[in-house]
Design a protein around this ligand. Structure first.
Ligand SMILES: Nc1ncnc2c1ncn2[C@@H]1O[C@H](COP(=O)(O)OP(=O)(O)OP(=O)(O)O)[C@@H](O)[C@H]1O
Length: 250
């Protein structure tokens, strides 16, 4: 059996604001995995992912992305990674098509490849009919989808998303889920936070549960069920049991 290649390795990652938000966190995500990061409000999910994405400096710890030290060489790490925030920023005065062209230009993508990629992304996200309209009149869900398309236009190997499905209607959510599953089939790795446990249950290869900035449980659904000793329990029941039994922060 070949050893899986890690795309993200986090060791001892720590961030303190007025109190510790991420507490010596260790996390490994492998190539081609769909990994869901779960946790109660304030557990440290966004803070962890913002550090991984290079948006927030850690107080301590190591982050390697595709084997590169992301803290020593953030530009190299960002080239293989996409970050999609739960509050995406796009340029209102641009159309989705212009926005994607602009982002592809920033990445120095080949214009012909970028054009095809933009077309495919807008089609798969149900935005093709709006591709020449300015984003300023778009709903929150449409803006989220434009931001997602922008994050994927440089063809990243690691896609990190913070609550990507919140606020999306069922059709848009299906578009986004289909797109992400397609990327995983193509060999990309997806790491996603979500409070929609059904999404984690149905889509994730592995699930990590964070409480008080620490990873308190991790595995496939079957492994998590085994951990709490109940073979037929729902992810929601397991999640609540894990959170309620998590050791208190030091
Ligand atoms: N910029 C900041 N300044 C001060 N405290 C912060 C900041 N960002 C996060 N925190 C604190 O860090 C802790 C972890 O927050 P974080 O946003 O990572 O949680 P989360 O798991 O993403 O929560 P949610 O599910 O509600 O989005 C919380 O106590 C939060 O108040």
């Amino acid at each position: 059996m070949t050893t899986p290649t890690s795309v993200l390795e986090v060791r001892g990652l720590t961030k303190r604001f007025d109190r510790v938000a991420v507490d010596a966190l260790d996390l490994t995500v492998y190539a081609g995995e769909f990994y869901a990061l779960l946790g109660a409000n304030g557990a440290g999910k966004t803070t962890t992912l913002r550090m991984v994405a290079g948006l927030l400096p850690p107080d301590a710890g190591m982050i390697a992305i595709a084997g590169r030290d992301a803290l020593a060489d953030p530009v190299a790490a960002k080239q293989v990674m996409a970050w999609v925030s739960d509050e995406p920023m796009i340029y209102d005065k641009l159309t989705p098509r212009e926005y994607l062209e602009f982002i592809a230009g920033l990445w120095g993508c080949d214009p012909r490849i970028a054009e095809q990629s933009a077309e495919d992304l807008l089609l798969s996200l149900g935005l093709a009919a709006h591709q020449h309209e300015r984003c300023e009149g778009f709903s929150k869900g449409m803006r989220q989808k434009v931001a997602l398309a922008g994050a994927l236009v440089h063809d990243p190997r690691l896609i990190i998303l913070d609550e990507p499905l919140t606020g999306l209607d069922a059709v848009s959510a299906r578009h986004v889920k289909g797109l992400l599953q397609g990327r995983v089939r193509d060999g990309c790795t997806v790491i996603m936070t979500t409070h929609i446990l059904e999404v984690a249950e149905r889509m994730a290869d592995r699930i990590g549960v964070i409480a008080q900035g620490r990873l308190i449980a991790e595995g496939t659904l079957a492994e998590l069920r085994q951990k709490i000793g109940q073979s037929d329990t729902s992810l929601e029941d397991m999640f609540v049991a894990l959170i309620e039994n998590a050791p208190a922060a030091a």
